[in-house]
Each structure stands twice: as C-alpha cells, then as structure tokens.
Design a protein around this ligand. Structure first.
Ligand code: SOE
Length: 393
C-alpha cells in the first residue's frame, strides 16, 4: 500500500488554546477523510511541566521548551501558534523564515506593526498561512455563508453583532495577561470584537469606516499569582495593578457594499457566558445566530407567501450541512471543540491542494484586515471621529 502523506505538527503553547488545538490534532483524521495524516510531533512550552502534561494527555511525541529547537527540525511541516498575543509575531516570523506553514491563533498580533511584520514574513517566505478565527467553522455559520453566497438574503442592509461574556465582572478577578495592553493589545475589543469583525467580513464584506467607544469599568485589579492553564481562571494576590485595556468596546460600521452594522464586545454582561451572536437583514430575508445555541440557524425567507413568513429554526446537523458529514447522525449536536477540528480539516486540505477552491480563509492577509478594523475603532474612540479603515496603513 502506498504510504500516506504525513503532516508533522509542532504546537507552541500548552495553555487553553493549546488544549483546543491538541484535541483537534488528535481527532481530525479520526473523523475526516483527508489526503494526509496529522502527526502530533512536538509540543513546545517554556514551562516544561506544562509541556510534559500536554504530551501525556494528548500524545505529543516530543517535548521541547525552546521554540528554536522545533523550528530547526526539518521534519516539522506545520507550526501551530497558541501563545499569548504578544508572542505571536516572534514565533510566526521565525516559523516563516524556517519555511514552515503557520497556523496562528487570533487576533493576528497585539499591535498593528507586529501584524504587518507577520504578513510580510509569510509573503516573503511564501509559506501557507492560516488564522484561527474558529467561528467560521461553526456549521450553522458556514451554512449562513452559503445562503448569502446563493443570494438568498438579496441585498444586505444590516449586520447587528455582539459578543458578550461576564468572566471578569468580579473586581477581585486578577490582572491576567488578557488585561495587560503590552501582552494582549486590547481587551474585549481584540479578544471578542476580532471574532465578530472576522465573521462580518466572512458574511457581509469589507469594512469602509467605523465610529467607536471604549470603556474600562474596573481600573485596578489584584496582581495574578501562578499561571492560567485550563481556561480563563486566575488567582489574585494582595498587591494591585492597573488594568490597561478596555472592558467593553462598541462601534458602528459602514461596509464598502453599502451595508451598515453595529458591534459590541464586553466581558461585563452578567449572565452571558460566551454569547457570540449576530443578525443579518437583507432585501429577501434575514439570518440570526447565537453561539450559545450554536447548532441552530434562524432563517426568514421573505420570498415565501406572506401568510407563511416568519423566522424558522434550522438545526444544522444533517449530512448536507457544512462539516456535518464527518460527525454524527442528524440531531446529534456538535460543540465548541468541533469548530477547531473542522478548521484543522480545512487546513490539511489546503496544505495538500493547489486548487483555489481549497484556499484556506482567513489567512494572514484576512487577519491583517481585521487588525486594521480593530485599530481604526481604537483611533475613532480616542478622537471621537469616524475613521476610514483604509486610512490605517
Ligand atoms: C476569552 O474571552 C475567549 O476564550 C476568547 O479568547 C476566544 O477567542 C473566544 O472564542 C472565547 O472566549
């Protein structure tokens, strides 16, 4: 039998996202029929116990604490970056220079300058590049995109998107890296608005201009002791430090195709845990989605007879729905972790194909566009003016 193509992966960062991606690497060939096998070759983390624990849990074959060792290994094909935002650029640029394909967690970087550097590096090295805006791989949202591409919504007028969480609402929640500008770039904005900006680009189109406001409700928090590993937890000490990012960012947008939108990201929406939701209204219909019911897409088709019109709920779990052929019988729903597996299946297909139809989006160029929108909103919040996204270079 002919030997199947192997894709050797080095995953960098054994924290929360490292777990989500490890699970994807482990599962992808067990559920998807793909042209290559993913090999969980190397796990990298500066903290050796964390790297060892990840290797034991997920089956990574080799443990290293220095990324340079993984990049120097000619066996490695794909570098998967799951580090805090401020470390993305250094890792991605080095991986590109080493000729590796790069998958990077979102947002692309903590600053526009770093994002630009990363884009230039993958272009110069001509390496395949992918960004983990995983919500594009929610089957119901991929279905939304199909409906829009087929013209089922007609001309799009509005997108109304919000991403609401509440995990830092306690003023004693510690000053974790996600609340320090120099490590994360921005707060709810870069963490959550980045996702809905990417989804808006996926579903509606390119941004023209934005007008935003940002607020920090809790200005000081206990300094963190220890390290976050599993998720978003954290332990605070006695000393306090300054919060240097936004707790909430809201903005209005105009799109190049004439549509308009409103966007809101906050970690202060009591009771909303991971409520990534959007509604899109077009001349022929509307779509609505909420991640807390992620298997469902609401669709209103205004071409139906008036007496039958209204929103209906599509349970996007049939084999005809995007990605669902790989999973379970209809109605056997999928969850958060499946979005990362679906995404990795698309990465593997893109790496094995030269065909345009297998091009993976979003890539670094897409994520740089998201970064420009983030930056434009920040500038607008500071100046109180509308900002053209293309004025951000
Ligand atoms: C924390 O706000 C977080 O884990 C984000 O960093 C992720 O990107 C989002 O998908 C879920 O919430």
């Amino acid at each position: 039998m002919a030997k199947r193509k192997q894709l050797n992966v080095a995953l960098i960062g054994a924290g929360f996202m490292g777990r989500a991606h490890s699970n994807a690497h482990l599962k992808v060939n067990r559920f998807f029929n793909l042209p290559a096998d993913v090999v969980m070759h190397t796990i990298v983390d500066v903290a050796e116990p964390a790297a060892r624990a990840a290797a034991d849990t997920w089956g990574w074959r080799r443990v290293v604490t220095d990324i340079r060792e993984a990049l120097a290994d000619p066996a490695i094909d794909l570098v998967d970056i799951c580090l805090p935002n401020y470390l993305h650029a250094q890792a991605a640029v080095a991986a590109a220079k080493a000729g590796k394909a790069v998958l990077c967690e979102k947002p692309l970087a903590h600053t526009l300058a770093d994002a630009r550097r990363m884009l230039a590096a993958v272009k110069q090295a001509a390496v395949p590049n992918f960004v983990s805006f995983n919500y594009r791989r929610v089957p119901a949202l991929a279905l939304a995109r199909q409906f829009i591409a087929e013209g089922r919504l007609g001309t799009i007028y509005h997108i109304r998107a919000s991403y609401l969480q509440d995990w830092i609402i306690d003023p004693d929640f510690p000053l974790v890296w996600r609340l320090k500008k120099e490590l994360t770039g921005s707060g709810a904005h870069g963490d959550l608005n980045a996702h809905i900006i990417d989804l808006a680009r996926f579903l509606v189109g390119d941004f023209d201009s934005v007008s935003g406001l940002m607020e920090t409700f809790i200005k000081e928090r206990p300094l963190e002791v220890g390290r976050q590993v599993r998720g978003l937890e954290g332990k605070g000490g006695r000393k306090k430090g300054k919060v240097t990012v936004d707790d909430a960012t809201l903005f209005l947008a105009r799109f190049k195709n004439g549509a308009v939108g409103s966007f809101e990201a906050t970690r202060f929406a009591q009771g909303r845990k991971n409520r990534n939701q959007l509604e899109i209204n077009g001349s022929k219909g509307s779509l609505a989605f909420c991640f807390e019911r992620m298997n469902e897409l609401e669709f209103m088709d205004a071409t139906q007879p008036l007496a039958e019109q209204g929103f209906r709920t599509i349970l996007a779990t049939e084999g005809v729905h995007p990605y669902m052929q790989a999973w379970w019988p209809p109605g056997h729903i999928v969850g958060y972790e499946h979005t990362f597996v679906n995404q990795l299946a698309d990465v593997v297909r893109a790496l094995c194909s030269r065909s345009k139809k297998d091009r993976f989006r979003p890539d670094f160029a897409d994520a740089f566009e998201v970064q420009k929108v983030l930056e434009a909103v920040g500038r607008s919040a500071r100046s109180g003016r509308w900002v053209k996204v293309d004025s951000v270079k």
